[in-house]
Design a protein around this ligand. Structure first.
Ligand code: SF4
Ligand code: SF4
Length: 242
């Protein structure tokens, strides 16, 4: 469980930094990418989103499980809504969000005549503590009520525009043959106790995955909770090719 304490501490720090440092808001801002595109500028959040996507080609959705500031807040909500699972039927909504956002970027960059400039800190000086306070409040409103109404990690399942980017990266890595971070299982060890199902923050049917030998559900954030909770060590992390 030391690993889970470390993970939750990292997420807590990430959430704390997000709350206090404007630059982190800005580097994760989906709006600034559109604004940059409208001026033909590749700016900081474009680079950060690119790096997050690249990380998924090797680390799957580990960014969600170990780094994302929003995940820190999700873990806090989990303390209260541990048993409430999100509804899988609505998981596709986030692809609509990604589609609208991608369309906005594309439209903006076409209007600007393409990207023709790189400025990492573009438009970041236009930010103000008030504007970022509103943004932070917006994140709280987006995450907390959703968790209580629709279940744990609901915003990540239904709305997050970063999740589909990483799901794409995860699917590419699953089809490729390069080494990457993944879960491995020994189905014959599984005692069908259901502990992994009860504790998976993403409400996955982990024991069913274990028995089928397929641990590559795209909603898995590689948090390692199932690895650490399984009493018979049936699930492990590995960094290998499939
Ligand atoms: S916690 Fe381990 S033993 Fe229990 S159902 Fe999950 S994989 Fe099987
Ligand atoms: S399957 Fe395991 S590693 Fe994946 S999200 Fe669930 S608990 Fe975390």
């Amino acid at each position: 469980m030391r690993r889970q304490r470390l993970r939750k501490t990292l997420l807590g720090i990430s959430f704390f930094l997000f709350q206090y440092f404007l630059i982190i808001h800005l580097l994760l801002s989906p709006v600034l990418i559109v604004y940059g595109a409208a001026h033909g500028v590749i700016q900081g959040s474009f680079v950060v989103y690119g790096l997050i996507f690249l990380s998924s080609l090797f680390l799957g959705r580990a960014f969600c499980g170990w780094v994302c500031p929003g995940a820190g807040l999700q873990e806090l909500c989990c303390l209260a809504v541990k048993k409430k699972a999100a509804n899988r039927k609505f998981y596709r909504l986030k692809y609509i969000v990604l589609g609208i956002w991608s369309f906005a970027i594309l439209y903006a960059v076409i209007q600007a005549g393409g990207y023709h400039h790189f400025d990492f800190f573009f438009a970041m000086d236009k930010s103000s503590p008030t504007r970022n306070g509103i943004m932070f409040f917006g994140v709280l409103v987006l995450i907390v009520p959703a968790a209580f109404i629709w279940g744990k990690w609901a915003t990540c399942h239904y709305v997050c525009w970063i999740a589909p980017l990483m799901i794409m990266g995860t699917k590419i890595k699953e089809r490729a043959f390069w080494p990457s971070l993944r879960l491995r299982t020994q189905p014959d060890r599984c005692a069908a106790c259901g502990v992994c199902d009860d504790h998976c923050p993403m409400s996955l049917e982990v024991s069913t995955m274990v028995r089928s030998g397929r641990m590559d559900d795209p909603e898995c954030i590689l948090c390692g909770t199932c690895v650490d909770m399984c009493p018979v060590d049936s699930i492990r992390f590995s960094f290998r090719a499939r």
